[in-house]
Each structure stands twice: as structure tokens, then as C-alpha cells.
Ligand binder design. Structure first.
Ligand SMILES: C[S@@+](CC[C@H](N)C(=O)[O-])C[C@H]1O[C@@H](n2cnc3c(N)ncnc32)[C@H](O)[C@@H]1O
Length: 258
């Protein structure tokens, strides 16, 4: 972490946990409690909540990443990788030289991911770690992905600085995250659905409506497409672009460590 970032982190004392304001020290353990609870039903809930759309969005991320199909070594780090969705898709679409590391702070989410990982052998590993202080050497990965993880971080700029640090020069950054809906009618329908139906679904299927209320509220706090572009540029990345998915319900930001 640079001295400037360390200083600015020290000045900030509050952050958002959904719509609530909490101390910086409190957020991570609240987020961890959410994912410890939802882990056993996480994959099922993702399909139910998004009507399967998250699969198309993740496929779009892999298409944009376009990993090499050859046997050339290519190392992906999937941060906040949870149950491994991005890493599995990556290994399916990349060549024989590809390897994937899933890094997540939640032991329960990693456990659920490992249970799905039969047969991937040495190409896939799970590591417990914090996106804001990654347990990896500088310049060690060809690509960094993060899907629906960035908004859970306490300090997004520290997460971005870490992404930059662990990428090799020429390395690729891709972030898939819920974003700001840019279609007038869709935004109202989406609000009604997310605040009305999702906590109810969370209560019925996962026995936990509060965690799903947090997930919905945290989406509204995440910077919009252009503000997030600026944060990525501030972290030192170049050629930052984004693509909206489903009218901006989600967006993929792409950038390079040049
Ligand atoms: C919504 S899930 C996304 C999982 C997966 N990437 C996907 O798209 O299905 C968010 C994940 O972020 C993880 N997470 C939250 N805070 C984190 C942090 N500071 N560092 C690493 N992972 C974190 C949670 O444990 C959880 O697995």
C-alpha cells in the first residue's frame, strides 16, 4: 500500500454497510457474517434472484477477458471468488497453460467452492485472504478478476491498489459488479423487485432475509459506471472501459496495468 493511501485510509473512519453507516473496523466482520450465513445456499440463490442472468454476465466477462487458448502459462487471480464460478468458467475456456487462484475472505464460501472443485487438480487453488491486503507477491498474475465482490470491500481504493500491485505489467483487470440502471422504466421495476422480492426470497430459500437486504442495499452505495472508471484510473490503470449489461443492472469494467 502506498504512503498516500495509508494516510487517506487513516483519515476515514466510517463506511457503508448497506444503508447503515458503520465504523471501518466493523464492516468486514458484518460482511463476513453475511457470507458465512448464505454460503450453503449461495449458488442456488444467485440463480433464483437473477433468473439465471448472472450466468450470462459471467460468460460476458470471460468473453471480454479472452484468455489464451494455447499452452502458454497464464495465471488468473479471481478475488472475492466465493464458490469459484469465474475460475471454473475460466479453466473451461482457457488453454492448457492456464491456472486459477480463487481468493476469498470467507472460509465458508471457500469450503462451498472446494466442494465443487473435484477434478480440477493442480490448475485451481483456493486461498483465504483479504482483497485489501492480498497474500500474493507483486507482479505475479496475468489477470485479476472480481465479480460481485468489489462493493463488499471496506475501502475500494485499497482493493484497486492491491489489484494493480499483484498484476504483471501488461496484466488485465476485469470487475463485474452491480451498477446504475440507465433506463427510466427498468430502474423503477428493478428497485421494486430488489427491495420487495429479494429479501423475501432470501427468507424463504436461505432462511435469512436480513443478509439479502444488505446485498440489495450495498448495490445502491456502489459508485456508478463513470465514478468507478475514475477510481480505477486513480489506482494507476490505463485504457479503462466499461460495458453495461442488462441496461446497467450490472457492468463490467476492464483496465490494464500498462
Ligand atoms: C457476492 S459474493 C461473489 C462471489 C463470486 N465472485 C460470484 O460472483 O459468485 C462476494 C464475495 O466477496 C467475499 N468478500 C467480501 N469481502 C472480502 C474481502 N475483503 N476480501 C476478499 N473477499 C471478500 C465474500 O466472502 C463473498 O464470497
Amino acid at each position: 500500500m502506498s504512503e498516500d493511501l495509508e494516510k487517506s485510509a487513516a483519515y476515514r473512519t466510517k463506511t457503508s454497510f448497506g444503508f447503515a453507516e458503520v465504523g471501518l473496523d466493523a464492516k468486514q466482520s458484518l460482511v463476513n457474517q453475511v457470507f458465512a450465513k448464505v454460503a450453503p445456499r449461495y449458488d442456488l440463490m444467485n440463480d433464483l434472484m437473477s433468473g439465471g442472468l448472472h450466468r450470462l454476465w459471467k460468460a460476458a466477462l470471460l468473453v471480454w477477458l479472452a484468455p489464451p487458448k494455447s499452452a502458454v502459462p497464464y495465471a488468473l487471480l479471481d478475488v472475492a471468488g466465493g464458490t469459484g464460478d469465474i475460475a471454473f468458467r475460466f479453466l473451461e475456456s482457457a488453454g492448457k497453460g492456464a491456472s486459477a487462484t480463487v481468493c476469498d475472505i470467507s472460509a465458508e464460501m471457500i469450503e462451498a467452492g472446494r466442494a465443487r472443485a473435484n477434478g480440477e487438480g493442480g490448475r485451481l487453488s483456493f486461498v483465504r485472504g483479504n482483497a485489501e491486503a492480498l497474500p500474493f507477491a507483486d507482479k505475479s498474475f496475468d489477470a485479476y478478476t472480481i465479480a460481485f465482490g468489489m462493493r463488499n470491500l471496506t475501502l475500494i481504493d485499497l482493493g484497486l491498489a492491491e489489484a494493480f500491485r499483484v498484476l504483471k505489467p501488461g496484466g488485465r483487470f476485469l470487475c463485474l459488479e452491480f451498477s446504475s440502471v440507465e433506463m427510466p422504466l427498468l430502474d423503477r421495476l428493478y428497485d421494486a423487485y430488489s427491495f420487495g422480492a429479494i429479501p423475501i426470497l432470501g427468507g424463504l430459500v436461505a432462511g435469512d432475509s436480513a443478509s439479502y437486504r444488505y446485498l440489495v442495499e450495498s448495490i445502491r452505495h456502489f459508485p456508478d459506471q463513470n465514478s468507478f472508471t475514475q477510481l480505477i484510473e486513480d489506482a494507476g490503470f490505463g485504457r479503462v472501459r466499461y460495458r453495461n449489461l442488462t441496461g446497467g443492472i450490472a457492468a463490467i469494467h476492464s483496465a490494464w496495468r500498462l
